[in-house]
Design a binder for this molecule. Sequence first.
Ligand code: HPA
Length: 246
Amino acid sequence: MSTSPIGIVLGSGLGPLAEAVVVEREVPFAEAGLPASTVPGHQGCFVFGSLDGVSVVLMKGRVHLYEGHPPQAVTAGVRWLAEQGVGRLILTNAAGTLNPEFAPGSWMLLADHLNLTSTSPLHGADFIDLTTAYDAQWREVFRTAAAARGMPLHEGVYAGLRGPQYETPAEVRMLRTLGADAVGMSTVLETIQARALGMTVLGFSCLTNWAAGINREPLDHQEVLTAGKAAADAMVQLLREVVARD
Ligand code: HPA
């Protein structure tokens, strides 16, 4: 068993993951030097506790570029988690799906990402290698555990954009051409920061909706939150199973 806690960043609507955790203490974002999030569905605090006896630190909510924060503020939580001794980090997010085979309501393990934010939390000569940004061995553990439970778990490329507007259908076609399977407004900068700090990183997208133009319905933030809540239960079970084996 590893003694260092696992960090888990909870995206939009994924708060139910926190209910499975036995809470020891909470630290509001402000106390950790982070700006408070302004987005509905994003509560800003860290939760120290245990999940089936394994130490975890949850980051409930996150800071986004689209709120007007610089990349360094967006990734301050990841640096803070590293200071708390977190060496392994699970990033979750809500995303639109562009892959016709990845239906909304299911999860996608991030195999890789496209950082389309035009920025980075790093500066200077921080030429870090991102050949395997999302840990291959840890991915395999989750893939195997999901298959054993019969839980659909896709694997693909996440495109991280700045937002806050959702994409146009033309942008969604462009993203598909670029090789993306899912699109969202977070995660990529956090991954870059975490890898620069030597953390082991895993990413999960909760596919909450078809990306714009894939069906004809307009996108709505409430739909994203509702789909996230329903799919969160499946992820709680999977996380418990994998983390408990730690
Ligand atoms: N696009 C961008 N971000 C998102 C989406 C989307 O369709 N769904 C949830 N987050």
